[in-house]
Write a protein that binds this ligand. Structure first.
Ligand SMILES: [Zn+2]
Length: 283
């Protein structure tokens, strides 16, 4: 799977255990000091900026050698990523609302952070758990490492339901859910197998799907003077002569198909398959 936002060149081989997510408490642009503290930063416009220290520098924290110092007592094997925002912010309490300051964290930044985290989790084989992908404001609670009153990035300025300490864990879980969703492979859309149906010397479009064969009902009805009485999500009522027949029905890209087994039964015909011409014959 290819990376979403990070470049492979910025991800050296290292054994890392967790991703800790922050905000800088500054303006929307990454300062020189911000780049010193974090491995990757997401600026206000969504740009991802690389910090001064490589991920590898935090694998083993050696005295006298630089590393990204982002979390008190928890930098070893921890990758630090941060949104550039929340200058002058004040934490909400039970009685006082959050004050997000002059550069409130944007939803787009938070979402981009989740993509950065997903790339890191995938590349360094880090599972997405409360102990391994977490906000700085969750470190004390989830890892038992005392912090200095940290609450980044656990409040969401755009959502009044997620701005107080009582909801910080929920915010962390929402972030992890986003990371997991980003890690899921994109669903591949299958194109139904094409075929055709031969009925009374006339060919009509058909598809093979879900173990059944289906014929384009409108084209057949128009040709043979049948009436479509009623079409629902899954069934079609087709009037043939004086009788009305219920048939299984699917809609593929705006074209309605009925199950040919049902149609053959209504017409009292046999159904057979010619693999060379990919033709379903009703005769
Ligand atoms: Zn922090």
């Amino acid at each position: 799977m290819s990376l979403r936002v990070l470049s492979i060149a910025d991800l050296p081989v290292a054994k890392m255990e967790r991703v800790i997510v922050h905000w800088t408490g500054g303006p929307y642009n990454a300062s020189a000091l911000d780049r010193e503290h974090y491995h990757f930063l997401v600026e206000g416009d969504g740009d991802v900026v690389k910090g001064d220290h490589s991920v590898k520098s935090n694998e083993v924290v050696v005295p006298g050698r630089g590393y990204a110092a982002h979390t008190l007592g928890c930098n070893t094997k921890s990758i630090g990523i941060s949104a550039c925002c929340m200058l002058g912010a004040q934490e909400g309490t039970a009685s006082r609302p959050l004050r997000a300051g002059s550069n409130p964290m944007k939803q787009t930044q938070w979402e981009k952070l989740a993509l950065v985290a997903a790339d890191l989790c995938e590349h360094y084989d880090i599972p997405v758990t409360r102990e391994t992908v977490l906000g700085h404001g969750e470190v004390q609670k989830n890892l038992g490492i005392t912090q200095r009153q940290k609450w980044d990035p656990m409040a969401l300025p755009w959502d009044p339901n997620f701005q107080k300490p009582a909801n910080y864990s929920a915010v962390g879980d929402m972030f992890r859910a986003r990371v997991r969703a980003a890690l899921k492979p994109a669903p591949t859309v299958e194109i139904p197998a094409e075929a055709r149906v031969l009925l009374k010397n006339e060919f009509f479009p058909a598809v093979l799907e879900d173990g059944s064969s289906w014929g384009a009902i409108k084209a057949m009805a128009a040709k043979f003077g049948w009436r479509l009485i009623k079409i629902t999500q899954k069934t079609a009522s087709v009037q043939i002569g004086s009788e009305t027949h219920e048939m299984d029905f699917i809609n593929e890209d705006g074209t309605g198909y009925v199950q040919l087994v049902d149609l053959a039964k209504a017409l009292d015909l046999q159904i057979s398959w010619d693999p060379i011409s990919r033709t379903i014959k009703l005769d």
